[in-house]
Design a protein around this ligand. Structure first.
Ligand SMILES: NC(=O)c1ccc[n+]([C@@H]2O[C@H](COP(=O)([O-])OP(=O)(O)OC[C@H]3O[C@@H](n4cnc5c(N)ncnc54)[C@H](OP(=O)(O)O)[C@@H]3O)[C@@H](O)[C@H]2O)c1
Length: 321
C-alpha cells in the first residue's frame, strides 16, 4: 500500500517530467501521479517496474487537496494557471518555469547554495521556484568562491543542449542530418540580449543575494542532446589562486572537480547528479580573475533533481510523510 507523500508530477510527459519520474522511482516514492495536458490523458508512463496513467492537469484536479507535493514542469503560462490551485489545495509546489523565479517573496532555490530560503515558502503559499538550468550549476560553483574571496564580476558563455528546449527539440535533433547541425540562439530577444542571458544574470543575483553583481552572458544552443556546459570568468575582490579555488570546489557539495587532462563535457555530466568543474586557471585578462569550465545534466541537477532536493528539504520540515 502507498505510504509516502502524495506527489503530483505535472508535465510528466515532457523532457523534465520524464526524468522527474525516473528520479522519484529510484528514490522509492510510492504515491505518485502523472499529469500533463489533455493531449496526453490516458497514456502510460513507466514508473519503476510499474506504469502511471496520465491524468489531465486541470485547476480542479490539482486543487482537490489530495496532493502533498506538486512538481511542475509545464512552461510559464500553464504554471501561472495551475500552480495557484495546487497551492490553494495545500500542496508544496516546486515550479520549474520562469513564472515565479524573479517575483519578490518567492524563494528561488539551489539547496546547496541558499537552501534555507526554501523554508520561507512554508510560512506563506508553499510555492518555491526552481532556477534556470544554467543558473543552478553556475551558482553551485560561484558560491564557494564568493564566500572565500567576494565576487565582483562574472562573465559566462554557455553551450546548451537541445533537451533544454524540451522533448520535441530533442526529437528534432535526433532526426536532423548531421550536415544540418548548427549553433543557435533560439530564445526571445530583449533588445540586444536574449531572455536566457538576462535570466542568468537576474537569477544569479537573486540566489547569491548580490543584487548589483555585474553578470554578462552569451547563451548558445549546441547540437548535443543532454548536458549544458559553461565557460565562466569570475573576478574576485580578494586574490584567490587556482589552487585555492580548486580546493574550495573539491569541498563544495554536488560539485566534482576534474583535473587536466580531464575536463567537463556534457557527455560525462549526462545521467549524473554532479556539476563537473575543471580548467580552473588564472584569467590572463583580469588581475583577480579565475577562468573555469563546467558541465551538468540540465534535466537532472538543472531541473528535476534540484526540484526534488528542494521538495525533500521542505517535506522533512513539514513532516507530511
Ligand atoms: N528542459 C530543461 O532542461 C529545463 C530545465 C529547467 C527548467 N525547465 C522548464 O521546465 C518546463 C518544461 O520543460 P520541458 O523541457 O520538460 O518541456 P517539454 O518537454 O516540452 O514538456 C512540457 C510538458 O508540459 C506539459 N504541458 C504543456 N502545456 C500544458 C498545459 N497547458 N497543461 C498541462 N500540461 C501542459 C506537456 O504535456 P503534453 O505532453 O500533454 O503536451 C509536457 O508534459 C519549462 O518551463 C522549462 O522552462 C526545463
Amino acid at each position: 500500500m502507498a505510504s509516502g507523500p502524495r506527489i503530483g508530477v505535472v508535465g510528466a510527459t515532457g523532457a523534465v517530467g520524464t526524468v522527474t519520474l525516473e528520479l522519484l522511482a529510484d528514490r522509492g516514492y510510492d504515491n505518485v501521479r502523472a499529469y500533463a495536458s489533455a493531449r496526453s490523458v490516458g497514456s502510460r508512463l513507466p514508473y519503476g517496474a510499474e506504469e502511471l496513467v496520465v491524468e489531465e492537469a486541470t485547476p480542479e484536479a490539482l486543487g482537490a487537496g489530495d496532493l502533498d507535493l506538486c512538481l511542475f514542469s509545464v512552461g510559464t503560462s500553464a504554471s501561472l494557471v495551475l500552480v495557484p490551485h495546487a497551492s490553494a489545495g495545500g500542496a508544496i509546489c516546486i515550479d520549474k518555469s520562469s513564472a515565479y523565479r524573479l517575483v519578490d517573496g518567492y524563494p528561488l532555490v539551489v539547496p546547496e547554495v541558499n537552501g534555507a530560503r526554501a523554508l520561507e515558502a512554508l510560512e506563506r503559499d508553499r510555492i518555491v521556484a526552481n532556477p534556470n538550468c544554467c543558473t543552478i550549476p553556475l551558482t553551485c560553483v560561484l558560491k564557494p568562491l564568493h564566500d572565500a574571496a567576494g565576487l565582483s564580476r562574472v562573465h559566462v558563455a554557455t553551450y546548451q543542449s537541445a533537451s533544454g528546449a524540451g522533448a520535441q527539440r530533442m526529437e528534432r535533433l535526433r532526426n536532423e542530418p548531421q550536415s544540418e547541425h548548427n549553433l543557435a540562439m533560439d530564445w526571445s530577444w530583449e533588445g540586444d540580449e536574449s531572455d536566457e542571458e538576462s535570466k542568468l544574470r537576474a537569477e544569479t543575483r537573486k540566489i547569491l543575494e548580490l543584487p548589483d553583481l555585474p553578470v554578462s552572458a552569451t547563451c548558445v544552443r549546441v547540437p548535443v542532446l543532454v548536458g549544458h556546459a559553461e565557460a565562466v570568468w569570475a573576478e574576485l575582490e580578494q586574490p584567490l589562486s587556482p589552487g585555492e579555488a580548486t580546493e574550495l570546489l573539491h569541498e563544495a557539495p554536488s560539485v566534482r572537480v576534474l583535473e587536466l587532462p580531464e575536463f567537463p563535457t556534457p557527455k560525462d555530466a549526462a545521467g549524473g547528479d554532479e556539476v563537473l568543474v575543471g580548467r580552473i586557471r588564472r584569467d590572463r585578462a583580469s588581475a583577480n580573475g579565475l577562468a573555469l569550465f563546467l558541465a551538468s545534466d540540465n534535466l537532472r541537477k538543472g531541473a528535476a533533481l534540484n526540484a526534488i532536493q528542494i521538495a525533500e528539504l521542505l517535506l522533512s520540515q513539514r513532516a507530511v510523510v
